[in-house]
Design a binder for this molecule. Structure first.
Ligand SMILES: CC(=O)N[C@H]1[C@@H](OP(=O)(O)OP(=O)(O)OC[C@H]2O[C@@H](n3ccc(=O)[nH]c3=O)[C@H](O)[C@@H]2O)O[C@H](CO)[C@@H](O)[C@@H]1O
Ligand SMILES: C=C(OP(=O)(O)O)C(=O)O
Length: 428
């Protein structure tokens, strides 16, 4: 087990490159199951969620090569092997194996997924979609059993706008008989990316990126080559650390349109920003103003940037309110920021941040992926040394983070934890 050590207070400067989007990658990889010949995905992030999915595809008979960037999946010999437990619990997106395996084999057994603990994360809308397409779905001892004689297109209205349910229903519907309409669909860019891959494979999908998606089922799908979109959440994390501890940070390989809600909020705070075609430059703001932020579904402010944003707000003058309308328990990073001298109160779904304060280095633990990002930003802002544990969460979503931050001049490194430290961790 390792911990991250950060010597804070050094200004960051230079260019940092964004990797492929985690939340696309984890759907694109299961989508390859639906093809009858090899699929190449270019530009995948080198993160543990991708590594876990590679192993899961191999467990069902796929041949997969990954060089840390491009992945080639040969799905021809795949079978509907049950995956009731084990690795599926290491990530959230293993739920996409349900839609993809149901779509190809008309049956699947997949354990309930893991992922960040952010409050309840039900998958009732995924199941409602699968059932509407004709599957019988049961939960047996924590694994979801899905079976269908034949999948048939259906009209499905989502009661909750859900990224996962929208993609999962698309995966199950592209090879179903007839027409499927998903109403009240989520509109995140990752959904368009998955629809683009499926279309390149031969699927007929209209409306991805709007709240009504129309799918005309086809009998077979074939291999193709696809380049993933850049990770807007990683890019947003870099924008925030540029605003928090930077003296001119250029974030490269970005689709700026995906980050408009964050760009607008940072400008409201007084952060100088220049937006190019494929990059965003974050200048050094003199005095940052407090702002209020409410997380919403896309194109609203992303919940996945809420935690890193709170770290930046400790530096702003005045009182900021951050409200998470998507998850009920996404404030586990706040106690850790308090250890670092932050003045933050949590009331229900809101955090009230009073600033400015100078953060102090401390020993802190990442409870989840973006809590980890929040603590890394705080460590870069703080006076003195910060030690971050819980790196397994950060490694799920940030590719080569230490190397990328070193490129900006950060003093940051990974270090092996001692036996004693590992014992202490277990008791936390
Ligand atoms: C792997 C992946 O892409 N993860 C992202 C995905 O998660 P995920 O796909 O799990 O998130 P959803 O969009 O499904 O969830 C949004 C909200 O809907 C609720 N809900 C969802 C499904 C359902 O069947 N029933 C239900 O009630 C959830 O509890 C949550 O409150 O979108 C989230 C919201 O942008 C992001 O935080 C995650 O990073
Ligand atoms: C919540 C997240 O991930 P997951 O859904 O994979 O747990 C995230 O990426 O911030």
């Amino acid at each position: 087990m390792e911990k991250l050590k950060i010597a804070g207070g050094y200004p960051l400067k230079g260019t940092i490159k964004v990797s492929g989007a985690k939340n696309s990658a984890v759907a694109l990889i299961p989508a390859t199951i639906l093809a009858e010949s090899p699929v190449t995905i270019e530009g995948l992030p080198d993160i543990s969620d991708v590594a876990t999915l590679k192993v899961l595809l191999e467990e069902i008979g796929g041949t997969v090569t990954f060089d840390g960037d491009d992945m080639v999946v040969d799905p021809t010999k795949m079978v509907s092997m049950p995956l009731p437990n084990g690795k599926v619990k290491k990530l959230r997106a293993s739920y996409y194996l349900m839609g993809a395996m149901l779509g190809r084999f008309n049956k699947a057994v997949i354990g309930l997924p893991g992922g960040c603990h952010l409050g309840p994360r039900p998958i009732d809308q995924h199941i409602k979609g699968f059932e509407a397409l004709g599957a019988k779905v049961t939960n047996e001892q924590g694994a979801i059993y899905l079976r269908a004689d034949e999948l048939r297109g259906a009209r499905i209205y989502l009661d909750v706008v859900s990224v996962g349910a929208t993609i999962n229903i698309m995966l199950a519907a592209v090879r179903a008989k007839g027409k499927t309409v998903i109403e009240n669909a989520a509109k995140e860019p990752e959904i368009i990316d998955v629809a683009t891959l499926l279309t390149n494979m031969g699927a007929k999908i209209k409306g991805a990126g709007t709240d009504v998606i129309r799918i005309e089922g086809v009998e077979t799908l074939n291999g193709c080559r696809h380049t993933i979109i850049p990770d807007r959440i990683e890019a947003g994390t870099f924008m925030l650390l540029g605003a928090a501890a930077g003296e001119g940070v250029l974030i490269d390989n970005v689709i700026p349109h995906h980050l408009e809600s964050l760009t607008a909020k940072l400008r409201e705070m007084g952060v100088p920003i220049e937006v190019g075609d494929e990059h965003i430059f974050i200048g050094k703001g003199e005095v940052l103003k407090a702002v209020d932020v409410k997380t919403l579904v896309y194109p609203g402010f992303p919940t996945d940037l809420q935690q890193p944003f709170t770290s930046l707000l400790t530096k702003a003058e005045g009182s900021s309110v951050v409200t998470d309308t998507i998850y009920s328990a996404r404030f586990k990073h706040i106690d850790e920021l308090r250890r670092m001298n932050a003045n933050i109160k949590v009331e229900g779904r809101s955090a009230i941040i009073n600033g400015p304060v100078t953060l102090q280095g401390a020993k802190v633990k990442a409870s989840d992926l973006r809590a980890g990002a929040a603590l890394v930003i705080a460590g870069l802002m703080a006076e003195g040394m910060t030690e971050v544990t819980g790196l397994e969460h950060i490694d799920r979503g940030y590719s080569n983070l230490v190397e990328k931050l070193e490129g900006l001049g950060a003093t940051i490194w990974r270090e092996k934890m001692t036996e004693e430290e590992m014992e202490q961790q277990k008791s936390l």
